[in-house]
Design a protein around this ligand. Structure first.
Ligand code: ZN
Length: 352
């Protein structure tokens, strides 16, 4: 009896996925190097908390990245949420005002690591940067295809709601950015949009992707079946997992088909200070990038129109020396001090 118990204990303590971990298919065109660069650079920007320098520098970087592109355009869509300036970013191909198929990821990182230390912001390697890196790589790959019906949405203000232990930002709701985006689409755009695919927290080293409960049935079944046809049978599991408030929900509320590709349960560093580069796997992000990119190419019958890709990750601006990044430049203090002295002395003169 005791032996049986010990044996059972052994069976259950062997890491379940250790022998099942998958890598990117060797024949895939996805570049793990570019994905890694894109994650690292986002982390170098610092926390991308809504309204912060990190978020503004992220927006500047994305806009400048796509200004260099011959194929894609990025549009900043600013708005105010609870007094804070935030902005979604829409990426479409030249000549396309609004896409038929939209792929999205949130780029904001949580202002407080509420599951561990609420005084520290979350770095957001997985919870934020992973989905963005996948999207940047997808634009590089799809630039070689007739992908004018496809667009991308980088979403602000997703991750600041109450997570059971605290708020990211006091009094904020979840998914404020995607809610604003969908609520402000006119009828013509709503009619045009066929579906929305959300990529969130796709960098877990033991990535296990189950069906998210609210996601549209036909689309999740289609994507999961496609992933398995590529051989990712241990990553894409066609069984029900969690149901979540996430950026796909506003689309569903407006009767647009939408799915959430997320590994929520498996990431123990969620909303802690340990959501860093060391806790994620570039292979995992690359697998999801491979699946979604080739699902679009295959299911929409996209034609290859050029052999050369328009690679987005070419350079990373140095933002650390940018004076806008500093909390408050010393020279500004000096100027204000001099002005105050001048004003004070003039006032004294008038008073006299
Ligand atoms: Zn989060």
């Amino acid at each position: 009896m005791r032996n049986t118990f010990l044996l059972l204990l052994l069976v259950f303590t062997v890491p379940v996925n250790s022998s099942l971990l998958e890598s990117l298919r060797p024949e895939s065109e996805v570049s793990k190097e570019r994905i890694e660069d894109a994650v690292r650079y986002q982390l170098e920007l610092g926390p991308r908390v809504p309204g912060s320098d990190g978020a503004r520098n992220f927006q500047k970087w994305i806009i400048s990245l796509y200004e260099q592109s011959d194929v894609w355009n990025a549009y900043l869509l600013p708005f105010t949420y609870k007094g804070i300036n935030v902005a979604n970013i829409l990426i479409t191909r030249n000549g396309t005002e609004f896409p038929r198929y939209l792929i999205g990821a949130h780029y904001d990182s949580r202002a407080r690591a509420t599951q561990e230390d609420p005084d520290v912001p979350v770095t957001g390697a997985n919870d934020g940067a992973s989905g963005v890196a996948a999207i940047i790589e997808m634009t590089s790959l799809l630039s070689a295809y007739d992908s004018s019906d496809i667009g991308f949405l980088l979403i602000d203000a997703e991750d600041q709601g109450y997570d059971g232990k605290g708020f990211g930002i006091d009094g904020w709701d979840w998914i404020a950015g995607s809610t604003y985006f969908v609520e402000n689409l006119d009828q013509e755009k709503l009619n045009k949009l066929e579906y929305f695919i959300l990529l969130d927290m796709i960098g877990n080293p033991d990535l296990v992707l189950e069906y998210e409960g609210y996601s549209t049935d036909w689309l999740k079944e289609d994507v999961w079946e496609y992933a398995r046809s590529l051989g990712y049978n241990n990553t894409f599991i066609p069984e029900y997992g969690v149901s979540l408030i996430d950026d796909h929900r506003p689309f569903l509320d407006y009767s647009i088909d939408a799915i959430d590709i997320i590994d929520f349960s498996g990431y123990k560093e969620w909303h802690t200070t340990k959501d860093t580069m060391d806790s994620i796997s570039i292979d995992s992000i690359a697998i999801v990038t491979d699946v979604v990119t080739n699902y679009l190419i295959s299911s929409l019958g996209l034609e290859k129109i050029t052999s050369s890709e328009d690679i987005m990750i070419t350079s990373f601006p140095t933002l650390s020396s940018n004076s806008e990044n500093a909390p408050f430049p010393l020279s500004a203090f000096f100027t204000i001090f001099v002005m105050a002295v001048v004003i004070r002395s003039r006032r004294s003169l008038v008073n006299l």
